[in-house]
Design a protein around this ligand. Structure first.
Ligand SMILES: [Zn+2]
Length: 350
């Protein structure tokens, strides 16, 4: 069935595992879907450049999506997931569940930038079809391709499979809470304490509960497929090869245990172990002269007292509405109409 060249590719992949390298350097080799099996126990499906799934022959009870590089310069999670893929292909580790790896923005990785034309993480749930989005941009096509791959992956499973998606990022700015996760808006569904315990085992102790639908990747998986989905921020952006991987030991080890079906030994949920915030204000930029009224390198989750001026622009002033209100993801350089600051206040889970 496979051509001579495909045989060579499959044999190279099993010896070196270099799927991500090929996706970035020899994209023509992985442009068309290819399937093969590893020692009769795992089905490998190359779906498109940067997108690959593994299906164990034993019945899977979990369908797990691990995405990285949705922002191209957020290298640590890309390096972690690349290593999993290498280890699976070369037989060093074996998956016990169905796993889909997505390396999001391949050209932005080469340019060491967040994106090429558009922020990919604002293009999901059909936001890529919005008038304001350049339909010819790389990210627009990529968002569609990723959505399709996720839909096919989840829908290919048994109805009793549970679905997970961890969209792994690193933040542009430092954070008072280095690792944190954004829990997409659940439309009234209950938040999962088991998932909070799982992420705590990954070293993530701060959670931000989103209060409205968004166009992020994790909201898409959560809303469309009922997946336990999170945007996970693992620390600060560094160049490829510059990450201190010892800072990622917990998340690296715990995700590997999850995909390989090894015991997770989770601590049961306890309010004392975690910081939980809910969104209070979404501050969008309306004018070109929008400026932040705090230092540009202020860490995420820095908090303010009630009434403090956070940002201003012609015709508007934005202030903290509560004591202890904290800012997350401030960025004055976004396009008009986009979110410039999110403010959050502490909350608890029911
Ligand atoms: Zn990111």
């Amino acid at each position: 069935m496979h051509t001579v060249n495909t045989h060579k590719l499959i044999s190279d992949l099993q010896q070196q595992g270099q799927f991500l390298t090929l996706s970035r350097r020899s994209v023509e080799l992985v442009q068309k879907p290819i399937s093969f099996t590893l020692d009769e126990h795992t089905q490998v499906s190359i779906i498109s450049p940067g997108i690959i799934s593994f299906t164990p022959k034993i019945k899977s009870v979990k369908a797990i999506v691990l995405s990285s590089g949705i922002h191209g310069n957020e290298t640590a999670p890309i390096e972690i997931c690349d290593q999993y893929v290498v280890d699976i292909l070369t037989g060093k580790i074996r998956v016990a569940h169905r796993v889909l790896f997505i390396f999001g923005n391949l050209p932005a990785m080469d340019k060491a930038t967040r994106f090429v034309d558009e922020n990919l993480n604002r293009l999901f749930s059909h936001a890529h079809a919005n008038e304001s989005v350049d339909q010819n941009s790389y990210e627009c096509a990529r968002a569609k391709e990723i959505e399709k791959a996720v839909a096919q992956f989840y829908e290919a499973g048994h109805s009793d499979e549970s679905r997970y998606h961890y969209d792994l990022h690193t933040a542009i700015r430092p954070s008072k809470n280095e690792k944190f996760a954004v829990y997409p808006f659940l439309h009234g569904e209950k938040h999962s304490k088991d998932q909070i315990s799982f992420l705590l085992a990954c070293g993530i102790d701060t959670f931000l509960l989103s209060g409205s639908p968004t166009t992020t990747f994790s909201y898409y998986s959560s809303r469309q497929f009922g997946a336990h989905a999170f945007t996970v921020e693992l620390g600060k952006v560094e160049a490829f090869g510059q990450n201190d991987m010892s800072r990622f030991t917990q998340v690296n080890d715990t995700l590997k245990r999850l995909i390989c079906g090894q015991p997770l030994n989770l601590k049961s949920f306890n309010h004392q172990d975690v910081l939980i915030y809910q969104v209070n204000q979404v501050i969008n930029k309306h004018e070109d002269d929008f400026v932040l009224d705090f230092s540009d390198d202020l860490p995420n989750f820095s908090d303010f007292s009630k009434g403090t001026l956070l940002a201003h622009e012609t015709g508007n002033e934005y202030r903290a509405e509560f004591d202890g209100e904290a800012v997350v993801f401030p960025n004055a350089n976004v396009a008009i109409g986009q979110r410039a600051i999110l403010t959050v206040i502490p909350t608890t889970l029911d």
